[in-house]
Structures are given as structure tokens and as C-alpha cells.
Design a protein around this ligand. Sequence first.
Ligand SMILES: CSC[C@H]1O[C@@H](n2cnc3c(O)ncnc32)[C@H](O)[C@@H]1O
Ligand SMILES: [Zn+2]
Length: 434
Amino acid sequence: MTTRTIIEVGGAILDHETVLTEPVHFVVEDGLISAVEVGHYQSQGVTPDTRVVRKPNRIAIPGLVNTHGHAAMTLLRGAGDDMPLMNWLNDRIFPLEDKLTEDAIYWGTQLAVWEMLLSGTTTYTDMYMMMDNAARAVAESGMRAVLSVGVVGFDDLSRSNGISRSRNFVKNWHRQASGRITVTLGPHAPYTCPPDYLTEIAALAGELHVPIQIHLSETRTEVENCLRDHAMTPIALANHVGLFDVPVLASHCVHVTDDDLDIMAARDVRVAHNPQSNLKLGSGIAPLQKMLARQLTVGLGTDGAASNNNLDMFEEMRLAATLHKGFAQDAEAIPANIAFQMATERGARACFLAEGLGRLKPGAECDMVLLDAHSPHLQPGHNLLSDVAYACGADDVRDVFVAGHHVVSDGEPVTIDTERVRYEVKRFKDHITR
Ligand SMILES: CSC[C@H]1O[C@@H](n2cnc3c(O)ncnc32)[C@H](O)[C@@H]1O
Ligand SMILES: [Zn+2]
């Protein structure tokens, strides 16, 4: 039997070019938006199986899409700050990650999901370890996610483990949780995966018909070391070893040359831009305007909570829209509607998700966020899209729907036992800092 829900709100941004500042109602059938109609819902003749959610004091926007992160790193939030990437990873993060347990991944992912849902993110991307536990947390939470087992190729054992774990993870979780989970492969980076291992992973992605996500050209040091060791930039190397023969989502791409960008455009490499993490780790500022000028598909990401240090996509949207103006000394750089589009539908496209995700249009999944229309950030209301991109924040999120399911209701997570999550993550923190 078809489940039918009507969601009526006081206004909506359907996508970056369609803004409605009057009452509108969405008809949602089996998790998909089947109609969007301006005006109040007339309830005469409603069948008993139709649920009507009336939220006149809410503004609907598409759920935000976080295109890069390491969810369970919420456990390491604040455990290593004010360090450059390589020192941060080698001296602080990797030793702590050695102490992670399956349980820790499950509860750390729950903490991330809790934080992301409350800040309006409905889809996130993850590359981490012991990922069955992350997938379980996603399935139970109702969230949508693009998950990968993060793999490194330091020796024969890590290489073969990476391949078999990735293969099993695809088999067990791809398109599971009512289709909300998408699995990709996750080679960590060219400095942790040798060239022939990247070739092997690309072949596996081709065989399994799944995309790849990878960190590329994050720091100047990474690029210099790659030039020293392989006489190629990380982007040229990835292309050379066949990685771009399959769909790739490349995270960071901060230090890329014009030739790199040409390769990326020619091979349709998607990009996850993580402005906050890149600033905090002192990595630099990615050439976003050059990427967009080449029609690259760029989404926004937070990266992990240990390098950001939160998972708030409103902050990334605002930062993307302001950072590049300052960097280019050009107030027209990255206008609000482009930042909004990168946080929504372009993000979904960057992650190779179904067409329509990231927009509130008929045929799309009902991944929807309702903002408090009475928030000071939405007054006096000159330009709704500007208010959302430049003024709103996580505090304005009141309701969240994923695939039509109400997962945050009046500011309260419906699917997360928040007291238990707080208890478990504190227990883990005490364990690793003992
Ligand atoms: C092999 S699982 C993923 C691995 O990535 C590490 N990580 C977290 N943030 C970053 C980043 O910005 N660049 C490179 N690697 C990063 C994380 O700690 C895991 O070990
Ligand atoms: Zn990362």
C-alpha cells in the first residue's frame, strides 16, 4: 500500500533558482515527492491513510549533502588541534585510531548522525574503518549515506585486507537500508596507496560498478612528495594509474595546477570542497572559481569532526560563499545561490547519487529540512535564499525528513537515543585518554 504524507509549510526553496515565499504543500508518496503545490492543502476527501503535517511557521529547503567526512572521528573532536595535516595524522590521530573498537565506530557514527541531522544534513559521505558498524548506525538512524571502507596499502597484508573488506562491504551494504546506503571504494590517498594498488582498486570499482572516493592534493607537501617520488602531481598520477577510468569523488584538491584541473574536467572527476578543514589544518584554499569555470561538479564537505571541528554544513555553505570573495577580492565570486546549490544538488551529483536528490521537485526523494520561519535570521525577509546561505545556521533547523520519514521533529531527533550516545562516547573518550 502506498504511504502518503502531505507536508504543508509557509514557504520553500525548491532549488537554487525556485524560491516560494507563500504557503506551499508537498505530496509525498512512498518517500518520493509526487507533487508540489502552491497554497494550503485542502483536506476534504483525505483518505484515512494520508498523514497531514501542517507546519505553517516553517520554511522548507532540500536536505544538505555533506560530500566528505569521517563520521566516527566525532570521537576525536578536540583531541588534536592547531597542527598541520601530516603531524596531526601521524602524531595524534593514527595512534588514537589504533584504539578504536567496533563499538566505538558505532557510537561515534551515531554521534555524527545526531549532529548532522540536527544541523540539516540528510546525506553524508564517509571513509573510515570497521564500516559495518557505521552502516548499522546509518540504517537505524534513517539517514542517507555514501560509505566506504578506507584502505591503505603499506604492505601485502593491508592491501589484501583492504580489497577483501571493500568487496564484502559492497556485497553486504550497497543499496541497503531501503536504498539509503550507497557504497563506494575508499583508497585513502596516493601517499598511503602505492600506484599499482590504486590500479587494483580502480579495477575492483569497475568490476563492482561502484565509484571511488579518495583524498587528493590536500597539502603542498603531498604534491611536492608526489613530484619527488613519481615525477607527477597526485592528480596526474591518479589519471596515469587508471583511477579516473571509473567515477571518482576527489576530496580537497587544494594544490592543483591548471593542467590538473584540465585532467579533472576531461575525466569528469567530482570534487568535495572542505573549506573549514583546509583552513584549520593550514592546508590552503582550493581554487573553487577555477573549478567551476571548468564546469567541474563540486560539492561541500566538513571532513571529520577532528579537523573542523563540527559537522555543520550551514557553516561550509557560508564559508564557501565568503572565503572565495575575500581570496579573489571579488564580491561577485561564489554567489549565495551557487553556494546553496553546492550544499544541495551539486553535492548529490558530486557523490553520484540519483538525479533529483538535493532538490524539492516532483520525482525527487523527500529529503527535506524545515527551518523556523520566526527565527531572527529569516527577518525581515528581503531574500530568502540569501538568508539561508548567509544568515541561517544549525539552530534554525526544526524538522528533518529523509525519504519522507520524519527523523527530527520540532528540534528533537526521533531515531537517536541521545542520552545513550552521550554516555557511550564519554566512556570511549575516558578509555583512550587513560
Ligand atoms: C583509512 S580511513 C580514513 C583515514 O583518513 C584520515 N583522515 C581524516 N581527515 C583526513 C584528511 O583531511 N586528510 C587525510 N586523511 C584524513 C582518518 O584519520 C583515517 O585514518
Ligand atoms: Zn578526509
